[in-house]
Write a protein that binds this ligand. Structure first.
Ligand SMILES: [Cu+2]
Ligand SMILES: [Zn+2]
Length: 183
């Protein structure tokens, strides 16, 4: 302890500031665990040429979803978050069923009771391109029901927003995994 007592007050102040800085850094990394932006890159399943990018950005009104998808047949295509962030199977089925942490029935994005992953449809124009923007109040970006790490699927057919539990949207033409986006 003799060494400590010999330290000048300025040295003790330096040590104190160092400890404070270390604490501040660890606190900052705790905040960094609550992401405000997520992204999924959609890759085609076997026999498909559908691809795209979908972003999820937290706002005061909810989570803003922006999707740009190409290679579709013209018209509506079911668009959902699925349970597993697993696109390993050629048919996209490794992503499991719709992401549904609250065990609700399947419905459309505006329904009061629905799967958390029910985003409805994206609609492609005659060139096969679809652009969708919506703000969702149900989706979470952190906690037990966070969408991060789950799958994102585009379907062959339209989601009718009522058939259980899938909306009768047919096969899976693209699959992606929702990850934390680079800020
Ligand atoms: Cu789906
Ligand atoms: Zn659903």
């Amino acid at each position: 302890m003799r060494v400590v007592w010999r330290m000048k007050p300025i040295r003790l102040l330096q040590i104190g500031l160092g400890l404070f800085a270390a604490f501040a850094v660890s606190t900052a990394s705790t905040f960094a665990e609550e992401p405000t932006k997520a992204i999924a890159v959609l890759h085609p399943t076997t026999g498909s040429s559908v691809e795209g990018v979908v972003t999820f950005t937290k706002s005061d009104e909810g989570v803003k979803v922006v999707a740009d998808v190409t290679g579709l047949t013209p018209g509506k295509h079911g668009f959902h978050i699925h349970e597993f962030g697993d696109c390993s199977s050629p048919d996209g089925k490794a992503a499991g069923g719709h992401f549904n942490p609250e065990k609700h029935p399947h419905a459309g994005p505006d329904a009061a009771m629905r799967h958390a992953g029910d985003l409805g449809n994206i609609e492609a124009d005659s060139s096969g391109k679809a652009h969708l923007e919506l703000t969702d109040k149900m989706m979470k970006m952190s906690g037990d029901e966070s969408i991060i790490g789950h799958g994102l699927i585009v379907h062959e057919k339209a989601d009718d927003l009522k058939t259980q539990p899938t909306g009768d949207a047919g096969g899976r033409v693209a699959c992606g995994v929702i990850g934390i986006a680079k800020p």
